[in-house]
Design a protein around this ligand. Sequence first.
Ligand SMILES: [Zn+2]
Length: 83
Amino acid sequence: MDYSTHENVALGSPCTAIMRYRQMKDELMEILACPVCKGTLELTVTERDDREIVTGSLYCSTCDFHYPIKDTIPNLLPPDMQD
Ligand SMILES: [Zn+2]
């Protein structure tokens, strides 16, 4: 497999660019909701740089579950699909 070609295609996608932009913003919280109950998520930032949240978690008090944020990417898989 030609990995470099694959990566260029992915990075050139407008959809990917929008997702990357959104992940950098604190307005993250206005976009994301709990995938189970659609409730509001409470953001906890463990590590951040100037513009983006690097590591942290999104907590749903209704489900009593923390969705991890790792390398700026929120993992919003339902609890039974997390690692
Ligand atoms: Zn929930």
